[in-house]
Design a protein around this ligand. Structure first.
Ligand SMILES: Nc1ncnc2c1ncn2[C@@H]1O[C@H](COP(=O)(O)OP(=O)(O)OP(=O)(O)O)[C@@H](O)[C@H]1O
Ligand SMILES: [Mg+2]
Length: 401
């Protein structure tokens, strides 16, 4: 029996090539069958046509709507398993996640949504705003939150329109510039001890120390002990909770850790960064997790879910610690963590060795050299090739410890 996985891609080459290689090298899986991967092309589709794919990893639908509508069709009509489903991703942006997480009692900083600065492009706007938009005092809103604060779009992404606002002048400048974007004003978490960025793929999460001010290749530090075990667990729980709550299966979550407090500030990333040149050391983990979760979902015929069971989460009571433990149980249940781990043990026992051998060998090196060549100008290629080679060698070495 053969299973077909589809990749819906934009401009990326590195991780798709890695995913294809690892799946091929893994070979047929006992009791499950063989896996093929195909890059999906964009063409007219009949709404009643049956798709050939059992699972699709989507990296495109967040901006390209024709394939997005194809994804919605195959989810709604054919039960194809999606990482991620546009039904939950496009309707639930950062703002919705803030709301849910606040209701669940997480430590999201104080946040206010202010109306558009510029008129909305709609013939009805002038009349409506004249009648119903209430004049408001932006300074008073900002003072209520306290300076410094962050002004950022309610749906976020790639730092677009994000500014740190220190006083009235900066406040008005930032708001004037926001134009047609809808903005949150958010209390700043000042003097945090660590910025933890977690990448979650299905039932697995990697929490990484993030340095937002560094250039791309240096943002993720290789650091295995930057959080205490209990804070580390809490960060994993927060990410898994957000993901289970919204059915997001390939997502990143940002939390600022100050003392023992974990403040979530950013989630809902439909296309999280998995570039070899930014994840470096963590890249093999990401590829393994993607392969394992995809194979698990197909092999166990995991049921795609587009319904949310928000009330199960909202019904949880107790203090912060007790609630967090309950949320973790619900989230683990959604991701079938035990079943996933058992499946990986019995069917994918060889993946560690396969990936290690591949990363240590010439195939991976070719991918690395090609990716660096596509990412950096000629004068910097040698330096970056050596930089990433060193980090990947470190990964291989760490696997043997
Ligand atoms: N409340 C906050 N307190 C402190 N720093 C913040 C806060 N909100 C945002 N920042 C800083 O601003 C950056 C961008 O904000 P945010 O992550 O919310 O926007 P984004 O556009 O989704 O960014 P990206 O998609 O690149 O992660 C954060 O990585 C963080 O460094
Ligand atoms: Mg962010």
């Amino acid at each position: 029996m053969r299973h077909l996985i589809g990749l819906l891609l934009g401009t990326e080459e590195d991780w798709p090539a890695a995913f294809e290689t690892v799946l091929r090298r893994l070979g047929p899986i006992k009791g499950v069958g063989g896996f093929d991967v195909e890059r999906i092309t964009i063409e007219p589709f009949d709404l009643r046509a049956g798709p050939r794919h059992e699972l699709v990893i989507d990296r495109l639908a967040y901006w390209y709507y024709h394939p997005r509508e194809w994804l919605k069709k195959i989810a709604m009509m054919d039960d194809v398993y999606l990482l991620n489903s546009p039904f939950t991703f496009q309707s639930m942006e950062k703002h919705a996640a803030y709301c849910a997480m606040m209701r669940l009692g997480l430590k999201v900083p104080e946040t206010v949504l202010v109306p558009y600065k510029n008129p909305v492009d709609n013939a009805r706007y002038a009349y409506t705003s004249e009648r119903y938009n209430r004049a408001f005092d932006l300074d008073a809103v900002a003072e209520g939150i306290g300076y410094p604060l962050f002004m950022k779009p309610y749906d976020g992404g790639a730092w677009r329109g994000v500014s740190r606002v220190r006083d009235r002048d900066e406040l008005h400048r930032a708001y004037d510039q926001s134009g047609e974007m809808l903005m949150h004003l958010q209390q700043s978490v000042e003097g945090y001890d660590a910025f933890a960025r977690s990448l979650s793929i299905g039932a697995e999460t990697m929490v990484m120390r993030f340095r937002p001010d560094e250039p791309m290749h240096d943002r993720y530090a290789v650091d295995h002990e930057f959080l205490s075990p209990s804070v580390g667990e809490e960060v994993v729980t927060v990410g898994r909770l957000v993901n289970a709550f919204f059915r997001w299966e390939f997502n990143s979550c940002e939390t600022l850790v100050k003392g023992t407090d974990v403040h979530p500030i950013d989630y809902a990333n439909a296309c999280p960064d998995v570039a070899l040149t930014s994840l470096h050391y963590y890249f093999p983990w990401a590829i393994k997790a993607l392969v394992k979760w995809s194979v698990f979902c197909v092999a166990t015929r995991r049921r795609p879910r587009i319904d949310l069971e928000t009330h199960d989460y909202f019904a949880v009571t107790g203090d912060y610690g007790e609630r967090l433990a309950q949320y973790r149980k619900l989230a683990d249940r959604y991701f079938e963590v035990d079943r996933y781990e058992e499946f990986c043990r019995t069917h994918l026992g060889h993946i560690d060795e396969v990936v290690q051998e591949w990363v240590a060998g010439p195939d991976f090196d070719r991918l690395l050299v090609g990716t660096v060549a596509a990412t950096y100008p000629a004068a910097e290629r040698e330096r970056f090739t050596e930089h990433f080679r060193g980090l990947l060698r470190l990964w291989v070495k760490d696997q043997n410890c």
